[in-house]
Design a binder for this molecule. Structure first.
Ligand code: BJW
Length: 245
C-alpha cells in the first residue's frame, strides 16, 4: 500500500481458518493440523438440500452441535484485528465471510456479509421467513410466523444453493482497492474466484493463510502462519502506512 491509497476500500474474504484458533474445526483440515469437518462427515450427507430431504434428523443434529459449540468459543486476535482495521482505516473495510459462526460480530466487526449464512439463524421453507435462532432445530420445530411444523431449516448455504448477496459482493470486489483472503482453502466456488475478479478490476491482492493454497500464485502478496499472528501484523502494517502519511 502506498500513501495515495490511504482512503481506499478493502474487501476481506474470510474462511474457517480464521476461527480455527478459537476452537472451531476447519472443513478440510491442513497438511499439519489433521482432518477437518469433512473427515468426520461426508459433505453429501449433511451439506446439500438432497441430504436434508433424505435425513433431516442427521442434518439438524450436525448443525445443532455446531450451533451449541459457539457457546464455548471466543473471537481470537485475528477477528479483533479486523474490527480494529474497520474502526481505524480511513476508507471502507468490508468482511465477506464464508463462516457461519458469529466470531466476527463478537470481535467487533460491523460491515459484514455472511455469504454462506449463519448458524444462529433459521429459515422456514413454508413461508420464507428467517429468524435469529439460538436453540436446537428439529423436524418438529414450529415456524413462529406461519406456525407450520417441520419446515424449519438452518439458514446456511448448502452445495448447489446460491450464496447470499452475490450482486453486492461482486460490486464490492469491482470497486475495492485491496482484496485479502484469510484462512480459506479456495476449494469452494464462487468464493474461490473472488481473487481473480478483484485483481481483474485493479485490486492489490493478499493471501493470509497457515500455508500456501492452490490459489497462492493468483495473489500479489502472501503471508503464512497462524491467523492470530499474521492478521494483526498485516493490519498493523496497513495502519502504520496510514500514520506515516
Ligand atoms: C488456517 C489456520 C490458521 C487452518 N490460521 N489459516 C465443479 C467446479 C466448480 C464449481 C463447482 C463444481 N461442482 C459444484 C460446484 C459449485 C460448488 C463448489 O464449489 N463445489 C466444490 C466442492 C467444487 N459451490 C456451490 O454449490 C455454491 N453455490 C454455487 O456455486 O451457486 C451457483 C453460483 C454460480 C455463480 C455465482 C454464484 C453462485 C455453494 C457453496 C456452499 C458451501 N457451503 C459450505 C457449508 C456452509 C454451511 C456450513 O458451515 O456447514 O460452506 S461447504 C464449506 O466450505 C463451508 C465453507 O464456508 C466453505 C469454504 O471452506 P473454507 O472456509 O475455505 O474452509 P477449509 O477448511 O476448506 O479451509 C480452511 C483454510 O484455513 C485452509 O486453507 C487452512 O490452511 C487454513 N487454516 N488453520 C490461518 N490457524
Amino acid at each position: 500500500m502506498t500513501s495515495s491509497d490511504l482512503s481506499s476500500s478493502i474487501v476481506i474474504l474470510t474462511g474457517a481458518g480464521i476461527s480455527a484458533e478459537s476452537g472451531l474445526d476447519t472443513f478440510r483440515g491442513s497438511s499439519t493440523g489433521g482432518g477437518g469437518v469433512w473427515s468426520q462427515y461426508r459433505l453429501e450427507d449433511v451439506a446439500t438440500p438432497e441430504a436434508f430431504a433424505r435425513d433431516p434428523d442427521l442434518v439438524h443434529s450436525f448443525y445443532n452441535a455446531r450451533r451449541a459449540a459457539l457457546l464455548d468459543v471466543e473471537p481470537n486476535s485475528a477477528h479483533t484485528a479486523l474490527a480494529r482495521l474497520e474502526r481505524d482505516w480511513a476508507g471502507t473495510v468490508t468482511i465477506v465471510t464464508q463462516n457461519v459462526d458469529d466470531l466476527h460480530e463478537r470481535g467487533g466487526s460491523n460491515a459484514l456479509i455472511h455469504m454462506h449464512g449463519e448458524l444462529r439463524r433459521a429459515w422456514c421453507r413454508a413461508c420464507g421467513e428467517r429468524y435469529a435462532w439460538l436453540e436446537d432445530l428439529s423436524i418438529d420445530s414450529i415456524c413462529p410466523a406461519c406456525k407450520h411444523a417441520g419446515s424449519m431449516r438452518p439458514d446456511v448455504v448448502w452445495f448447489g444453493e446460491m450464496p447470499y448477496q452475490m450482486d453486492r459482493i461482486y460490486q464490492l470486489l469491482e470497486d475495492c482497492d485491496v482484496f485479502a483472503a484469510i484462512g480459506t482453502s479456495g476449494n469452494v466456488y464462487p468464493a474461490a474466484q473472488f481473487v481473480q475478479h478483484a485483481a481483474q478490476y485493479g485490486a492489490e491482492t493478499f493471501e493470509l493463510n497457515l500455508e500456501p493454497t492452490e490459489l497462492a500464485r493468483a495473489f500479489h502478496s502472501n503471508a503464512y502462519g497462524n491467523a492470530s499472528e499474521i492478521v494483526p501484523n498485516w493490519v498493523e502494517r496497513l495502519l502504520r502506512d496510514t500514520d506515516a502519511s
